[in-house]
Design a protein around this ligand. Structure first.
Ligand SMILES: [Fe+2]
Ligand SMILES: [Fe+2]
Ligand SMILES: [Fe+2]
Ligand SMILES: [Fe+2]
Length: 406
């Protein structure tokens, strides 16, 4: 499957940014700004083209494991959230999310060895970071991501002005050889001028990044696509503790169904990817609403319904995802037009859209949820057969699901 690397990375970025925003208060486009700075710093410090592209991938995904970390901390009984529902960064075990993120990055098919880039992105040059590594014990890539991440979070570079930038310069000088290694600090101070401040601003960052890494396409093997799918699913599934296996479960089940129907290898792998991505729009929905155990208000339900719209928006950005975007984003539409958010009808819903919709229901019913226990296969089938009778979903597919998973 030919996918545009840039587009794919930046849809990852939008998804990861949502968590970063909730947790660290980092502003929108944080991942892109870290990628932009990382790109320039890497270039000025001698990275070649392949290394630079991979470094951008790491920069975008530097906090891909933040939601996974927070869920695990909750499971262990660590309450990191304050009364406003914001996690306290001071109390977080930063080393742990680094280790989890390092594991994630190896799912992204890259050309060079990026080991340590994410693992050490919170290490301070003087050894006072979470793993106590000094600057000469961590790779340059990690030191570059560290300074870029830190400065954007601290100084909000998306709307920086020259006066505020002076504060940042003072900060870097004070922390040269403390938080940041001397070489990276100096490269940063050399790099930033009015042009960089202009380019990194929210109005311009998209256009500028597109110029730097435009139209880089790759033909990913089915194996690589499965890894990419797992990475997307990892990010979205940890958004809520009740859906930790939802996307990956759907990916696996639609692929099994694809094989049952005798689809070729490529289509089976595409179904897997589409399944992993179907709820990626949930990243844009408030966690409190996703996990609310009580009945949702009308406004909250409208907000949740839009997750399929956000999935559509995020996937539509990616050149190469044209075929699978409807498979993923129409999963809540119903044959009789009662679904959401587009209120499509049977005439608009192809086989793979219907299949995804049915598997989503089957997976959800047989999963544990805050308001009920998981249903057995038979109980789930009873609910789905009622939906068939009501004209909501495809009876043929439901019968096939019964045959395959019964
Ligand atoms: Fe981080
Ligand atoms: Fe960050
Ligand atoms: Fe959904
Ligand atoms: Fe779903």
């Amino acid at each position: 499957m030919i996918i545009n690397y840039y587009d794919m990375l930046f849809s990852f970025s939008a998804a990861v940014d949502c968590v970063d925003q909730e947790v660290t208060g980092a502003k929108n486009n944080h991942g892109k700004r870290v990628a932009y700075l990382t790109y320039h710093l890497g270039k000025s410090m001698g990275f070649d083209e392949d290394n630079l592209l991979d470094l951008i991938g790491c920069a975008i995904l530097h906090d891909s494991a933040l939601s996974e970390y927070l869920q695990e901390a909750e499971d262990e009984g660590l309450h990191l959230y304050d009364k406003n529902g914001i996690p306290d960064v001071e109390r977080m075990d930063l080393g742990k999310h680094c280790r989890m993120g390092e594991k994630n990055i190896h799912l992204l098919p890259l050309k060079t060895d990026v080991s340590g880039a994410i693992l050490y992105h919170h290490e301070n040059a003087d050894g006072t970071g979470p793993m106590g590594k000094r600057w000469d014990e961590v790779p340059l890539s990690a030191r570059i991501i560290h300074i870029a991440d830190n400065l954007d979070t601290k100084f909000g570079l998306g709307d920086i002005d020259p006066m505020r930038y002076k504060d940042a310069v003072r900060w870097i000088r004070e922390n040269r050889k403390g938080l940041y290694s001397a070489d990276v600090s100096d490269a940063f101070l050399d790099l930033v001028d009015e042009r960089v401040l202009y380019e990194i601003s929210d109005e311009n960052i998209d256009i500028i990044l597109k110029e730097k890494i435009s139209n880089y396409e790759r033909d990913y093997s089915n194996e690589e696509m499965r890894k990419i799918a797992a990475l997307f699913a990892e990010i979205v599934d940890y958004k809520s503790e009740f859906t930790m296996t939802h996307s990956i479960g759907i990916a696996e089940k639609v692929e099994i169904m694809g094989r049952h129907y005798g689809f070729d290898e490529d289509t089976a792998a595409k179904l897997y990817l589409a399944g992993a991505l179907h709820d990626i729009g949930k990243m844009f929905i408030d966690s409190d609403i996703l996990e609310k155990p009580d009945k949702l208000t009308t406004a909250e339900f409208r907000h949740i319904k839009n997750h399929a719209w956000y999935t559509y928006k995020l996937m539509s950005r990616v050149r190469g995802f044209e075929e699978i975007t409807p498979w993923s984003s129409l999963h809540h539409e119903k044959l009789n037009g009662s679904g959401y958010p587009f209120e499509k009808t049977s005439a608009d819903l192809g086989f793979n859209e219907r299949l995804m919709g049915c598997i989503d229901i089957y997976q959800a019913l047989t999963e544990d949820r805050p308001y009920r226990k998981p249903m057995t296969h038979e109980e789930g089938m009873a609910v789905m057969n009622d939906m068939v009778k009501g004209g909501f979903i495809d009876g043929g597919i439901v019968a096939d699901i019964n045959e395959v998973f019964g």
